[in-house]
Design a protein around this ligand. Structure first.
Ligand code: AHR
Length: 332
């Protein structure tokens, strides 16, 4: 082929490539080249705070997936305060975002602000936690774990453990998550229902640890002072509180995982490492990786499509019943 023809071919190829690239940018396909992406979508997301490795992992996943789907994310961290979440939702409404998503710190108290969102025609996605309301149609769907089932899985593990150890009486103390939050209510209810027909089980006390490591330590000090060596089991509603409680148990002269059965929820890397050491007996998984479903749902809502009312991720139990050395890295 002559040099003139070669040059012409090169120019045609470059022009074609340029046209394809401009079309992809126009169609919003540049970021993450995800086919379902929507670069014109503005999603306002109000996060609860940064109280746990779970929450930090959840924030990262939301941000990563927003980028992957080309979604413009307006992110607000409420630092553990419901009034900050309400103010953030009002800012999203004023900004006229396409979709609002938020993780409600507690279940009650959202009717007014969500009515404002509804009146403004902005669909709302509940992420991670639910709300309690008598009003219809304030939210479109819930994307989050089945917390009740997590509690059931924790209770069922305990029954198997008590069987394998041949225990006749089992005294349990429960360190719960934030009062009136969905995971607190449902993890407590699921666990209580799972052990209800087992006469060996007694819950000595349930105490609010607010999902915080520092509170986990405080609660544990109080529980050890009050019940001493009559505690057989600690059922803690998240890893953070469990990790706060463990050093207190050791300081009091007990070996967690041996003298006291430890059951936790979340499945973050730090807790799984402690499970592998034998200082935790069971960790029920609660995945923070909800970002993909959130983005896909937001895109559908903006397009006026139907969405599923409830989306629960599939979750598992990690425990001393399995070869824990085979548990893969958790990524949060
Ligand atoms: O709502 C999910 C819970 O909130 C997680 O179990 C906990 O770690 C987080 O703070």
């Amino acid at each position: 082929m002559g040099t003139v023809k070669k040059g012409l071919l090169k120019r045609i190829l470059c022009t074609a490539l340029g046209l394809i690239m401009s079309f992809m940018m126009f169609a919003g396909c540049t970021k993450g080249s995800n086919q379902e992406s929507d670069s014109s979508l503005i999603l306002g997301f109000s996060q609860i705070g940064s109280e746990s490795a779970w929450r930090i992992g959840n924030t990262k996943d939301i941000e990563d997936q927003a980028q992957n789907y080309g979604v413009n994310l307006m992110f607000e961290n409420a630092n553990q305060k419901q009034e900050n979440q309400i103010a953030a939702i009002r800012r999203f409404i004023a900004y006229k975002v396409d979709v609002i998503a938020f993780s409600p710190i507690v279940e009650e108290g959202w009717d007014n602000v969500l009515t404002e969102a509804k009146d403004a025609g902005i669909p709302v996605i509940l992420v991670d936690r639910d709300i309690s309301t008598q009003k219809e149609g304030l939210t479109t769907c819930l994307i989050g774990a089945d917390f009740y089932n997590e509690g059931v899985m924790a209770g069922e593990y305990l029954i198997r453990k008590a069987d394998s150890l041949g225990l006749e009486h089992v005294n349990i103390v429960e360190i719960t998550g934030t009062e009136n939050s969905t995971p607190m209510r449902q993890r407590q209810a699921g666990f209580a229902d799972a052990i209800a027909n087992d006469s060996r089980m007694t819950v000595l006390e349930s105490i609010d640890g607010d999902f915080l490591k520092s509170r986990g330590a405080e609660c544990m000090r109080y529980l050890l002072d009050t019940y001493g060596d009559s505690i057989d089991v600690i059922y803690s509603h998240n890893d953070e509180m469990t990790l706060g409680a463990l050093p207190e148990i050791e300081k009091a002269g007990f070996a967690p995982g041996k003298d006291i059965i430890i059951i936790s929820i979340d499945g973050g890397q730090e807790a799984i490492d402690v499970l592998k050491e034998g200082r935790i007996n069971c960790v029920v998984e609660c995945t923070p990786k909800l970002g993909k479903e959130v983005m896909e749902t937001a895109i559908k809502l903006k397009a006026g499509e139907e969405v599923n009312e409830v989306i629960h991720p599939v979750e598992q139990v990690f425990s001393d019943e399995q070869d824990t050395s085979k548990i893969p890295d958790r990524g949060y």
